[in-house]
Structures are given as C-alpha cells and as structure tokens.
Design a protein around this ligand. Structure first.
Ligand SMILES: [Zn+2]
Length: 266
C-alpha cells in the first residue's frame, strides 16, 4: 500500500497521511459543532394524537398547555375549510430559543415557519442582523398565534394543493384562522394594500410582511363575507382538479375575475 502511494504521489506519503488526518479532524469538528449546538436536549410532549411538541425550557410549558387547550377550537374553526383527512397528518413542533433559531437562517424576522411535517416556533428574543450592519431585537408577540398560523399551512400541505394556491391566499387564510382560533376580540381587519397589489407575487419583495399578511387576511375575510366559508372550502378542494386558481375562483363565485377584483376592492 505504502509503495503504491509512493509510486503515485511522490516520495513523501506522510503528506497524504497528514492531509487525511486533517480532513478527519475537520469532519469530526463539524460533526461536533452541528450536533452539539443544533440539537439541544428536547423534552417531548404530545398535545394530541398526531402533534408532538419538542421543547427545551420549562418556561415553554405554559405555551404548550395553551396550545393543547386551544386545539379543539382550531379544529372547529378550520374544519369549515379542510377535509377530515388533512387532520391525520403527523406534525412535530419545535419551540426554539434565539440560539438554535438563528442557525436556521430562514426568515429571521418571522415568528415561525413550516417545513414538511415540522413546525418551528420562535419563543424567545431573537437578535437580527440587518443589511446596514445594525442589529435589532425581535420578540415573537404571540407564539400561540404563530402555532395556529403554521398549523394552517400544514393542513394546506396535507391537501396537496400548496403549489396551486397563491401566496396571498395561503398567508391570508393562515392569519384568518389563527386570529379566529385564539379569539382575538380586539383584532380589526385592515387593508393597507389594494387587492391587485397583493395578488402580484413580485410585490411580495416590495412591501413589509406586516402589510402583506394583514391585507391578505382582510381579503380572505371579505371573500367569506361575500361568498361564504364554502367558497374557501371549494377553492381548496377544487383547485387540484382544475389546476388553475383564477378559473376555480371564477366558477365558485360565478363572477369574472375583473368583477371579483372590483368587489374586493370596493
Ligand atoms: Zn405563513
């Protein structure tokens, strides 16, 4: 073996061993860094048959109890829009503090996010690096609401129509259902943006998430007040067959899209 290495790589095979050892140490350090910090010792708590919460601090327990208490309310609110099979999806929720959340590098301003069957909710203060070099401290104002927002995304994913629904519809519905679940009685529906602005995905890079989410929710609320909750249910359940969000919307409301726009912007 050594003579083979010598033959191929010159007279100093020791260099090759040295490089190999360096790579091995480098990989070990990466392994330790990744598993040492990314996976804190999570405790687990089952809030329902298919929802497991992983948490790392005792202060998060009161949030978990609150989630558990509000799940029947969520099922009641969202079952008007989703078929029962959607609720069979197994979900793991991670309650994270700032240290582990920062490593995810995704939507640092967000209070949480969903990937596959995993929901991440940020529960503690997050220090965010801005493009101008400054830092701001961000604290999730309502982790319970974040949970029901992300849980709505999970139900949309379980309907297998995630890619066929526009972003304003998904985010607006997630906001609408989460506000209704936690029964935020002081909440007022507001539209700071015109319906045509939020329906253009390019505009989602131009305005703040607060304005975009709030306005999207306003239009979901308006659709429900004009055409009823069944319109949302039918959009979610029929869009897969027609493969075209606007055509489904037109069929269900029996209106041309221009008329829909006019009625929503009124
Ligand atoms: Zn969302």
């Amino acid at each position: 073996m050594v003579s083979f290495l010598r033959y191929n790589f010159g007279k100093k095979p020791i260099n090759l061993y040295f490089t190999g050892i360096c790579i091995f140490i480098f990989l070990c350090l990466n392994f330790l860094l990744y598993y040492g910090t990314e996976k804190p010792q999570y405790k687990k708590y089952k809030v329902s048959n298919n929802i497991m919460v992983c948490y790392s601090s005792d202060t998060q327990l009161s949030l978990i109890k609150n989630i558990e208490k509000n799940i029947p309310n969520f099922i009641k609110t969202s079952s008007k829009y989703f078929t029962p099979t959607c609720y069979e999806r197994n979900i793991t929720i991670y309650l994270k503090n700032k240290n582990t959340a920062k490593r995810d590098k995704k939507l640092l301003m967000a209070s949480g996010y969903s990937i596959d069957n995993k929901i991440v909710i940020l529960t503690e203060k997050n220090i965010i690096d801005l493009h101008n070099g400054n830092q701001i401290t961000y604290l999730n104002p309502d982790p319970l609401k974040t949970f029901f927002h992300e849980y709505t995304h999970q139900l949309i994913n379980a309907s297998n129509v995630d890619l066929l629904l526009p972003i304003w519809f998904k985010e607006g519905l997630a906001e609408y259902i989460s506000h209704n679940t936690i029964q935020d009685l002081n909440y007022e529906y507001k539209n700071s943006l015109n319906f045509c602005i939020i329906t253009n995905p390019a505009n989602w890079n131009l305005y703040s998430y607060e304005m975009l989410y709030q306005s999207s929710e306003f239009y979901i609320h308006k659709i429900i007040s004009i055409w009823g909750t069944s319109a949302i249910y039918q959009i979610i359940n029929n869009v897969g067959e027609e493969n075209d969000f606007i055509r489904v919307f037109e069929h269900i409301t029996n209106c041309k899209f221009e008329d829909i726009i006019n009625r929503l912007n009124k």
